[in-house]
Design a protein around this ligand. Structure first.
Ligand code: 13P
Length: 254
């Protein structure tokens, strides 16, 4: 799968429409790859209208755990479930603004309960990486985030390894490092929700993925796809990424 996390972009409904149309065109006929776009909340409904008749799926970039109530500015998982199939929780850009492991767990629990396919992001920062603590940090994040998850959720559960030092820096993780960490994500999850569920959930990589390096991730045995930020805003580049991912999957399946 390929997930296009648009973050706080684009800045107009017109640009969002243009981008989603181009991505839908590129995804047409590429049945091997699930492509999901994650626009800002304000563009969700407009994008949804444009998705009719396309193979693209829709997701939100965050959610709140309470279904409704006095929570100014928040959008609940239950509300999103009527509009989209996917949600991202625990992105490092939100954790950097103060989101805690406990909040990520509550968001993931609510999203899974609302039947949303839920991407939980984890990843170490540069300092933790340099100190040789990446595995410990990431395993702890996965353990905390899955506090409310169960084996029944595995089909809707996606763990994204997004090392903070690789996000938006052009310094993508080497495939060998990414492979080891994605294995750790799956093993840690298996220890919590069970071996079978651990095999079933999806594990993806994110952090400076682009058209030039995507193949090196999607061909890894532990990797079920990529979470793409900056490159997903460039219609031509992201289209090329869809094509090369489909190519890798077609070769692997033949
Ligand atoms: P970039 O692809 O821009 O590095 O962002 C990755 C990311 O944060 C996706 O969620």
């Amino acid at each position: 799968m390929l997930a296009a996390n648009w973050k706080m972009n684009p800045t107009s409904a017109g640009e969002a429409a243009e981008l989603v149309k181009a991505i839908a065109d590129a995804a047409r006929g590429q049945q091997q790859v699930t492509v999901a776009v994650f626009p800002p909340f304000v563009w969700l409904l407009g994008v949804l209208e444009l998705l009719e008749g396309t193979s693209l799926q829709l997701g939100a970039q965050d959610c709140y755990w309470e279904p409704s109530g006095p929570f100014t500015g928040e959008v609940s998982a239950a509300m999103l479930a009527g509009i989209c199939q996917w949600v991202i929780v625990g992105h490092s850009e939100r954790r950097a603004m103060g989101e805690t492991d406990e909040q990520v767990a509550r968001k993931a629990g609510a999203a899974l309960a609302a039947q949303l396919t839920t991407i939980i992001c984890v990843g170490e920062n540069q300092e933790q990486m340099d100190a040789g603590r990446a595995s410990e940090v990431v395993a702890a994040q996965v353990t905390a985030a899955l506090a409310q998850a169960s084996a029944d959720d595995s089909g809707r559960l996606v763990l994204a390894y997004e090392p903070i030092w690789a996000i938006g820096t052009g310094k993508n993780a080497g495939p060998e490092h990414a492979y080891g960490m994605m294995r750790l994500l799956r093993e840690t999850a298996s220890g919590i929700i069970g071996e079978r569920a651990g095999l079933h959930l999806r594990v993806i990589y994110g952090g400076s993925v682009n058209a030039a390096n995507i193949e090196s991730y999607v061909e890894l045995p532990q990797c079920d796809g990529c979470l793409v930020g900056g490159a997903s805003l460039k219609a031509e580049e992201f289209s090329a990424m869809i094509r090369s991912t489909a190519g890798v999957y077609a070769t692997a399946g033949s």
